[in-house]
Design a protein around this ligand. Structure first.
Ligand SMILES: *Cc1c(COP(=O)(O)O)cnc(C)c1O
Length: 453
């Protein structure tokens, strides 16, 4: 049986649904790229889970009652207490979002020619390492690349790959571990894996930083899947996860249940000082960190709420529910589902559309036309390359991702999404590919334009 939502609705945001004819016109004038749609023309927005959370009455209340001040605001004290209670860290830097934490961390640790291993770098982490002259390296377990392989912790770092790597290279200033592994579909990392990575890091005297955007979702997977953790509370599990780390980067737009905000946690006093100094230059004084003080209050409350087991149970149930509906309808998805989204395998969904004709992009546009639902292409448009003659080189995976924002949509919304995907699946033989007519070189998928073939 489905557990009911552990909240009731106090404020509603009306949605309107355009007609199918109107949607066809909107997506055509957006060049078949959902990034170019106006949000008000979208009925159900599953573009991302980032910064899309519905905040609680307690978060809004704390935002309203905190004072606004340049230095020493009470919201900073609230955050300090939450970071210590939840993560067990006494030193941190407040930043406006995750990538700012990455910028500060890599600016103070990485120099030209260094390597930064990770299970899998998220795109901003990758770009920030590159930007400082470093080389980002992915050392995830092989199962991560196989959307059909079973496995409880497909987000793990491959320990033997990391061991070998650290024996070979002596210019590794920091090791990252991304929990959950976003790029691998929100797949979790086990406590055993975190412990082993930490042990290796310590042997080599290299600090381990968690990319901890989805720390609570990861803790939920540890509680429900890893031996020995069923009777531990989420708070105990989170404390243990962070006890193995020398620091962490965090985007509160995910498990902070806020619309903006981030944290860079640092145990080492010296490094912390450097990070604070740089933070003041690029983000602001530490007690506001590039935000209005009310955002810190929302974040302090949000990281507490995200460790609530009833909330996490409901959250995971939603993802699994949508995944199961699609799977039962015969639709090819990555399984088991990860922590924040369902990934539809567009290559298997549209086997007759070759990757150079952007099957996942086409499916994303079709789903918008079908039901006003906005997912995101994570395939050849986002990750494919181009050769010298401008020919498209396909990406290794071809996904349409349906991200589920936290506490925003109901089971009925998800039923509707599943119905629309199923109806596309029935008429899949009529779905054609797309021709790309425009794509800038860097992060081209945001601005790309297409035409139907
Ligand atoms: C979102 C995300 C980031 C970057 O955070 P922003 O707040 O978007 O800057 C970094 N790493 C992972 C794993 C993420 O999911």
């Amino acid at each position: 049986m489905l557990e009911p939502e552990p909240f009731r609705i106090k404020v509603v945001e009306p949605l309107s649904r355009l007609s199918k004819e109107e949607r066809k016109e909107k997506i055509r004038s957006a060049g078949y790229n959902v990034f170019k749609l106006d949000a008000e023309d979208v009925f159900i927005d599953m573009l991302t889970d980032s910064g899309m959370s519905a905040m609680s009455d307690r978060q809004w209340g704390k935002m309203f009652t905190t004072e606004q001040s340049y230095a020493g605001s009470s919201s900073y004290r609230l955050l300090e207490k939450a970071v210590s209670d939840i993560f067990g860290f006494d030193r941190f830097v407040t930043v406006h979002q995750g990538r700012a934490a990455e910028n500060i961390l890599f600016s103070t640790t990485v120099k030209e020619g260094d390597f930064v291993p990770n299970n899998m770098h998220f795109d901003t982490t990758y770009a920030n390492v590159k930007h400082k002259g470093g080389t980002p390296v992915n050392l995830v377990v092989d199962e991560a690349y196989d959307s059909g392989s079973p496995g409880d912790f497909k987000g793990n770092m491959d320990i033997s790959k990391l061991k070998e790597f650290l024996e070979e290279k002596d210019n590794v200033p920091v090791i990252m571990l991304t929990i959950t592994n976003n790029t691998a579909g929100g797949q979790p990392v086990s406590m055993k894996n975190i412990r082993e990575v930490s042990r290796l890091a310590r042997e080599h005297d290299i600090p381990l930083f968690l990319d901890a955007c989805r720390f609570a979702e990861n803790a939920f997977f540890i509680k429900t899947k890893e031996k020995g953790y069923a009777d531990k509370s989420i708070k105990e599990i989170v404390k243990e996860m962070f006890s193995y780390a020398d620091g962490f980067t965090f985007s509160a737009k995910k498990d902070g249940l806020t619309n903006i905000g981030g944290i860079l946690g640092v145990r080492n006093e010296e490094l912390h000082k450097k990070c604070i100094e740089l933070g003041i230059i690029i983000e602001g004084f530490p007690t506001y960190g590039g935000m209005a003080c009310r955002e810190l209050a929302a974040m302090a409350q949000g990281i507490r709420e995200s460790t609530d087991i009833q909330y996490l149970d409901y959250r995971h149930q939603q993802i699994k529910y949508l995944g199961d509906l699609l799977h039962e309808a015969g639709i090819p998805i990555a399984r088991p589902v990860g922590g924040h989204a369902v990934f539809i395998d567009a290559d298997k969904f549209l086997p007759d559309v070759p990757q150079v004709e952007f099957p996942a992009q086409s499916l994303t546009a079709e789903l918008y036309m079908e039901g006003g639902i906005r997912g995101v292409e994570l395939g050849t448009s986002a990750f494919g390359e181009m050769d010298e003659e401008g020919n498209v080189i396909p990406a290794p995976l071809e996904f349409l991702r349906l991200a589920i924002p936290r506490r925003v949509y109901t089971i009925n919304h998800l039923n509707f999404v599943a119905q629309c995907v199923a109806s596309l699946y029935e008429k899949r033989e009529n779905i054609k590919g797309l021709k790309r007519t425009y794509a800038p070189k860097l992060l081209g998928h945001f601005m790309a334009e297409f035409e139907p073939l």
